[in-house]
Design a protein around this ligand. Structure first.
Ligand SMILES: Cc1ncc(COP(=O)(O)O)c(C=O)c1O
Length: 380
């Protein structure tokens, strides 16, 4: 099976990990601080705070900005559940709005209608490696005095008008094994806010600055030195691997240009880092995924059941009408995308998708057209 993702781990990571093991300092050494320094410089923020994973990074930001029960955060349902869960962790409420049909990102035009006196923050998710419309989101946030929390867990190095994901507000990154850069499990918060950065460093370390002097309520959300050693080697490769992902995406684009499928779009001024290469294949999606898997192509669906339709979210009364999100969940699939995908493997993927789409082509509507139709139907 050609996997959907395969981490790029090699002699550099093995040497880095070996060095840490030989040093005997597995947990708290100098590498975490070094990785933080380099990540902050890479993203372009004053601070990067390493965390145990991306979920903890999100949870810590939401806790750090002081969210409380009753507060609302505007976000999307077309995401990994951790985005909403981290908001719920504080007792606050995620308010789901719909996505744009072409980018699958938060539809910034819909944000203002969702703002209430309880709204505290906007949390765009830079899904699949593409940054949301940060001009519009920042302008709305500034106009209404809201905090911007970027879920940049899938967007290492992606940019919007020359600024990197995670530098428009407080950013959360994941370093999970399948991400564009990994430490197996790991994460970062990025921020320009000195006070928040200081608070986060305490929060992730049991509230301790000096040994056994607990200044505030905190926990153990730390990254290990072992993980940071892998992260440093991964960061050295990130730009090269991003370029490779973009080349793979360009080859897919060319190979599918004549098919009746929706291909990923990159609006002007943005750099897409292709964490995923997602296509809209229409109503035949499930049959196409099954055929791809039969052909040993590890296609996958991100995400088949949107967050607003998960049982525990519905039970909390957080359901919303999100036709574009529902359409994306029903019609899209992701193809193998990782720097080590060989030319031959990619040729196999291309051939398999072309054949499957040929058999199950949906001559019907695109995600956007279908969403418009559904919206019109709801309005009637
Ligand atoms: C969009 C998004 N948000 C949050 C997370 C959570 O990150 P982690 O798995 O490192 O906790 C992920 C990663 O899986 C993600 O893709």
């Amino acid at each position: 099976m050609i996997p959907i993702a395969r981490p790029d781990l090699g002699p550099e990571e093995i040497a880095a990990v070996t060095e840490v093991i030989q040093s005997g300092m597995l947990a708290q050494g100098r590498r975490v601080a070094l990785l933080e320094e380099r990540w902050a410089a890479y993203v372009g923020t004053r601070h990067a705070i390493a965390m145990g994973n991306g979920t903890l990074a999100l949870m810590s930001i939401f806790a750090g900005i002081g969210l409380e029960p009753g507060d609302e955060v505007i976000t999307v349902s077309h995401t990994f559940a951790a985005t909403a869960n981290a908001i719920l962790f504080t007792g606050a409420t995620p308010v789901f709005i719909d996505i744009e049909p072409d980018t699958y990102l938060i539809d910034a035009k819909k944000i203002e209608a969702a703002i209430t006196p309880r709204t505290r923050a906007i949390c765009p998710v830079h899904l699949f490696g593409l940054v949301a419309d940060m001009d519009m989101i920042r302008a709305i946030a500034d106009r209404h005095g809201l905090t911007v929390v970027e879920d940049a867990c899938q967007a290492h190095g992606a940019s919007f008008r020359g600024r990197r994901a995670g530098s428009f507000g407080h950013g959360a990154f994941s370093l999970y094994a399948t991400k564009n850069m990994t430490t197996a499990e790991g994460g970062f918060v990025t921020t320009d806010d000195d006070a928040l950065a200081d608070w986060l460093r305490l929060y992730r370390n049991q509230g301790m600055r000096a040994r056994y002097r607990f200044e505030m309520l905190g926990f153990n959300f730390r990254m290990t030195d072992l993980a940071a050693a892998i992260g440093l080697a991964q960061l050295d490769k990130l730009d090269r691997n991003t370029t490779r992902r973009q080349a793979i995406a360009a080859r897919y684009d060319g190979a599918f240009a004549d098919l009746p499928v929706g291909l990923p779009v990159t609006p002007d001024g943005r750099v897409h880092v292709f964490h995923q290469y997602t296509v809209d294949v229409g109503a035949g999606r499930d049959a196409i995924v099954a055929e791809l898997r039969e052909a040993d192509v590890g296609a996958d669906i991100y995400y088949p059941l949107p967050v607003h339709r998960q049982e525990y979210i519905m039970e909390r009364g957080l359901h919303a009408e999100l036709p574009v999100t529902d359409a994306a969940a029903a019609r899209t699939l992701a193809l193998p995308m990782f720097p080590g995908l060989s030319e031959a493997e990619q040729a196999t993927v291309i051939e398999a998708l072309r054949a499957a789409v040929g058999r199950h082509a949906d001559p019907g509507l695109s995600t956007g057209e279908r969403a418009d139709r559904d919206t019109a139907a709801i309005a009637r």
